[in-house]
Design a protein around this ligand. Structure first.
Ligand code: HEC
Length: 195
């Protein structure tokens, strides 16, 4: 599949198409962690404790009650879901040069740890696809448009998920110590998007 420059393509490219879910017996037994011992979550409804907490998981991708991508951090903050891990890597490849290590901001660009507070996925995606220019700033501040860059477009939910975790303080600075396995569905969507 070819990635195009609209927001919905960003969703489609990254396979964020959540269908009707049926809770598995495992998730019924332990709503906060659908398959606690396997490390490989399937699909199911989760007990959501807050606006950024996962309400559903499908193929290792967690979403909040609005259907926006969100993180899943376990083991006292040490272990993250695959998308958070992937987002960390993509952030470091594409955004760190301006926004600084761990989303902390720099003299070139604002802190995304602050900016992501309360920013929903559609708003975030709009900025990444189309860019942003602050015309009133005394210094020229330009956020480039990434709509034609598959290294960003194919991983937009991942980057959002990682930054959301940073913004909530669920993951600290530096590389997450452990992560859930790469879901097969992620690999398939990635291959299709990068073609
Ligand atoms: C060339 C430098 C540069 C790069 C690379 C860059 N940004 Fe930005 N970004 C900026 C600047 C400058 C702003 C502030 C623009 C403004 O205030 O209008 C910004 C703003 C943003 C905002 C809006 C913040 C707010 O407060 O509304 C988001 C979200 C964002 N960037 C995410 C990203 C992500 C994710 C990446 C990597 C895929 C990235 N940026 C890469 C320079 C950059």
């Amino acid at each position: 599949m070819r990635c195009t420059t609209n927001i919905l393509a960003g969703f489609a490219c990254a396979g964020l198409v959540i269908g009707t879910l049926t809770a598995s017996p495992a998730s019924a037994a332990s709503p906060a962690d659908p398959q606690p011992n396997s490390g490989s979550p399937g699909a199911g409804d989760l007990k959501s404790d807050g606006p950024t907490q996962p309400a559903k998981v499908q193929d290792g991708q967690y979403t909040d009650k609005n259907g926006d991508p969100t993180y899943h951090v376990t083991d006292g903050g040490k272990k993250v879901d695959w998308y958070t891990m992937s987002g960390y890597l993509r952030y470091n490849a594409n955004c760190i040069v301006c926004h600084g290590p761990d989303g902390m901001g720099s003299t070139y660009a604002p802190s995304l740890v602050d900016a992501l507070k309360g920013m929903d996925y559609a708003h975030f995606a709009g900025i990444i696809v189309g860019g942003k220019k602050d015309v009133n700033a005394s210094q020229e501040l330009v956020m480039p448009a990434f709509g034609d860059n598959r290294n960003v477009m194919c991983y937009m939910p991942d980057i959002y998920t990682y930054l959301r975790a940073r913004s909530d303080g669920a993951v600290g600075r530096n590389r997450p110590a452990e992560h859930e396995p790469k879901p097969a569905a992620f690999e398939k969507a990635e291959d299709a998007c990068m073609k």
